[in-house]
Write a protein that binds this ligand. Structure first.
Ligand SMILES: [Zn+2]
Ligand SMILES: [Zn+2]
Length: 217
């Protein structure tokens, strides 16, 4: 069973997901957005051990809490990120553009470009490369729980912006078509900002990539 604790954190209301296999107590954080202490407290309250941090991409608002978490843990958590995000990560996630300077925390040690799955206790997550919002953006899919953690690829009624450095609209649309819309319609979409959705809902109603787009009355 997969347990998911969603937290909305930081200056641009980023969704951080503390996830765990409660049978083993193994926990991971998908996008430790901000306020690392708050994320740690949620894990401690449940007796979970955070062993991994997974980044959908390296914008500052998706890993701004990583340093606080890493500083508090022994052993250090394993940090997974796609290597194409490295330049953005080095620059502090582009936060300077928005007036934020963050402590980057430890260098990621697992390159999502070279792993197809990530394990958490008895659970398996498929790593889905989904460039467009950023070049090394990845989504994490747990087939056993029918959940896709979509980062800033797709939102309820929206898609990730592609006007920031490294953004590519055509790649974004292709990523959504091949990596999201190919999943079963009931699959839950837990994204980097905003409310939860499903593949079926976005396929039908998303104004940018859904079936109803560009329809004129
Ligand atoms: Zn982003
Ligand atoms: Zn974001």
């Amino acid at each position: 069973m997969l347990e998911i604790i969603p937290l909305v954190l930081g200056p641009v209301s980023t969704n951080c997901y503390l996830i765990a296999d409660p049978d083993s107590g193994d926990a991971a954080v998908i996008d430790p957005a901000w306020e690392g202490q708050a994320i740690l407290a949620e894990a401690q309250k449940r007796g979970w051990k955070i062993g991994q941090l997974w980044y959908t991409h390296a914008h500052f608002d998706h890993f701004g809490g990583a340093a606080e978490i890493a500083n508090a843990l022994d052993p250090q958590p394993v940090i997974a990120m796609h290597s194409a995000e490295q330049p953005l990560w080095e620059m502090g996630g582009g936060g300077a553009l928005f007036g934020f300077k963050i402590d980057k925390g430890p260098q990621p040690s697992v390159d999502l470009a070279s792993v197809r799955t990530l394990g958490l206790g008895g659970l398996t997550f498929e790593v889905r490369p989904t460039p467009g919002h950023t070049p090394g953006h990845c989504a994490f899919y747990c087939a056993g729980a029918a959940v896709l953690f979509s980062g800033d690829l797709i939102f309820q009624g929206g898609v990730g912006r592609t006007d920031l450095p490294g953004g590519d609209w055509d790649a974004l649309v292709e990523s959504i078509r091949t990596q999201v819309f190919t999943l079963s319609e009931e699959t839950r979409i837990l994204s980097g900002h905003g409310e939860e959705s499903t593949v079926g809902e976005e396929k039908q109603f998303n104004p940018f990539v859904g079936e109803g787009r560009n329809s004129e009355g």
